[in-house]
Ligand binder design. Structure first.
Ligand code: GDD
Ligand code: MG
Length: 371
């Protein structure tokens, strides 16, 4: 069976992390999210995937090739311009001839795909949408169903007063191929505002498959951190890299950790990392491969990618640091700060309250402080 994965979005809400790295290629505990997703599909019996790419398409080609490294067949197809979620599938419809899974490429879920397929077939559904409960449906597609799951209404990004259920479109669909004929060719067209409402109007059987599977949209800074916390707290199936040195500590190869470093909570340290004397690392935290952490530095509930250099007595908490940054001694990084790639943060800077530092920025001494 084939799957289409929609990975064309710009990842705007995750900028500047997504300036150099498309959202589905963002590392989750050191592995690009899309690799977790493909492996999860393969392990659930889907071994051919078509990626509809747009933004930073080469990053997918370089990382995934033809998929053989992952034991799959992967096609990477670039749209001439963003065609929208349904338009992207139309653009690859020549590769599809049977019942097809479609996935939003920014959702982490361990949904049981074979159970969803069995439901789709048992109901003789033409289009089945996985549903998940959320607290606030206004950022999602609201889906109303009858008691046996037949969809009666689809409303994308409802206003607060329009919310009638907490069940939303979880971003996994099963679609019968004849419906691809209903998507206009060569134009921007959305499932959410186009094909779903129009299929409903035509009275084609459309069902919602509700489940309590793990589900997170990784597309916002807070959820990007949350998903790491869930992974290393074991809430979603994920093979953590390295070997388990202590109950809540995983370390890669060629790591050096000074004898007096304190770890608490779950922490993953990537290959070749170096953690100097007196550091205090509080999980859930990921320290990426080949990152150097200077003496006396404290890191709490943060995600640090590869090849960073943190000086002595740096403080990092609840923040994300991208690739190859140089952070001088004593710098403070707090509270949802995002530092992307290749920055130089000189001494006496204090970053707080969701500050976002763009790739290649140099912050001279005493450039930023928060009261
Ligand atoms: N190839 C391609 N081309 N992909 C696209 C395009 C496009 O023009 N536009 C969006 N995508 C991809 C995005 O990369 C993402 O993986 C997926 O389609 C959904 O787009 P988002 O921009 O992330 O949409 P959203 O999060 O606001 O809402 C969607 O997902 C929610 C679940 O997370 C909707 O499907 C909602 O109904 C749903 O609840
Ligand atoms: Mg999204």
């Amino acid at each position: 069976m084939k799957a289409v994965i929609l990975v064309g979005g710009f990842g705007t809400r995750l900028r500047p992390l997504t300036v150099n790295t498309p959202k589905p290629m963002l590392p989750l505990v050191g592995t690009p999210f899309i690799e977790w997703m493909l492996t999860n599909l393969r392990d659930q019996g889907i071994d051919e995937a078509i990626l509809c790419v747009q933004y930073l398409a080469d990053r997918f080609r370089i990382a995934l090739g033809d998929g053989s490294r992952l034991g799959m067949k992967v096609h990477i197809i670039e749209e001439p311009e963003p065609r929208g979620t349904a338009g992207a599938v139309k653009h690859v419809a020549h590769l599809l001839d049977d019942t097809t899974f479609v996935f939003n490429g920014d959702v982490m879920t361990d949904l049981d795909l074979q159970a969803m397929l069995a439901f789709h077939r048992a109901k003789k559904s033409q289009l089945t949408i996985a549903l998940t409960p959320v607290e606030d449906p206004t950022a999602f597609g609201l889906v109303e169903t009858t008691a046996d799951g037949q969809i009666t209404r689809f409303l994308e990004k409802p206003k607060p007063e329009e919310v009638t259920t907490n069940m939303i479109n979880a971003g996994t669909y099963i679609i019968e191929p004849h419906l691809f004929d209903d998507i206009p060719a060569n134009q921007h067209y959305m499932f959410e505002r186009g094909l779903f409402p129009s299929t409903l109007q035509k009275n084609h059987p459309m069902y919602g498959f509700a489940s309590d599977a793990y589900w997170t949209d990784i597309g916002k800074p807070q959820t990007y951190l949350d998903v790491h916390h869930d992974i290393i707290n074991g809430k979603v199936r994920f093979a953590l890299p390295g070997t388990q040195a202590k109950p809540k500590l995983w370390v890669g190869k060629n790591v050096t950790i000074a004898a007096d470093v304190t770890f608490s909570g779950p922490v993953v340290v990537g290959d070749g990392a170096h953690i100097a004397s007196g550091c205090v690392i509080t999980g859930p935290t990921i320290i990426g491969a080949h990152t150097q952490v200077g003496a006396g530095t404290a890191i709490t509930a943060s995600v640090i990618w590869q090849e960073n250099h943190l000086g002595a007595d740096v403080v990092v908490s609840h923040s994300v640091i991208g690739h190859r940054n140089r952070i001088a001694a004593g710098v403070k990084i707090h509270n949802g700060t995002i530092i992307s790639d290749d920055t130089v943060i000189d001494g006496d800077n204090s970053l707080d309250r969701g500050v976002r530092v763009w790739p290649g920025t140099t912050l001279a001494k005493q450039s930023i402080s928060f009261q």
